[in-house]
Write a protein that binds this ligand. Structure first.
Ligand code: ZN
Length: 191
């Protein structure tokens, strides 16, 4: 995958006994989050019991549409792995999922622009379709806490990664507006 966001040689997630079902769902382009059936608490990463009430019973809750809000982010400036040499600066985002009790996922923000180069291409309408994820990403200055985002899937041979892109989806925008840390991008910010 020459055009993948994750560079060739970068170690990909290896499923464990606790999260293999999560990765099986992402393989089918579905963002599923565990929810305790006793107390209703959502949790991520996947674990075998509820950290709130210790019950073992849970269900997988689908995120349709798979939208989120940027809770926090950082800009990486030093490559931590040989496969990342030449890649910085790149971002790591912590995305809050409003449909799953605000649990957070660590991921990357990528940028899929429309034909005019201005408007993000919405993936929500075709969230179950394969998407090509380009190897470029937003200007770090364009990322902000409280940003509405949506999932874009990156398929690799053995695993499918949920990455995020800016979203104009009404539910994502509404969730971002409700977010207590929401703030518009500041001009002159250096990231
Ligand atoms: Zn519970």
């Amino acid at each position: 995958m020459a055009d993948s966001y994750f560079p060739k040689g970068m170690p990909l997630p290896q499923g464990t006994v606790d999260d293999q079902e999560y990765w099986a769902w992402t393989r089918r382009h579905r963002l599923m989050i565990q929810r305790c059936t006793k107390c209703g608490t959502f949790r991520h990463n996947p674990i075998p019991f509820c950290y709130n009430c210790r019950a073992l019973e849970y269900v997988w809750v689908d995120q349709i549409p798979p939208i989120g809000v940027v809770y926090s982010f950082t800009i990486v400036r030093a490559p931590a792995h040989p496969a990342l040499v030449g890649r910085p600066p790149f971002n790591i985002v912590l995305v809050e999922l409003p449909r799953a009790g605000g649990v957070r996922l660590a991921s990357n923000l990528v940028d899929l622009r429309g034909g005019d180069g201005k408007e993000p291409v919405s993936q929500v309408a075709r969230w179950n379709s394969p998407a090509k994820v380009p190897a470029f990403e937003p200007d770090p200055k364009s990322i902000y806490v409280g940003m509405p985002v949506e999932v874009v899937w990156e398929d690799h041979e053995d695993v499918t990664l949920p990455l995020f892109m800016p979203s104009a989806d009404p539910e994502a925008v509404a969730a971002a507006e409700r977010h207590p840390k929401a703030a518009p991008p500041k001009t002159g910010r250096t990231g």
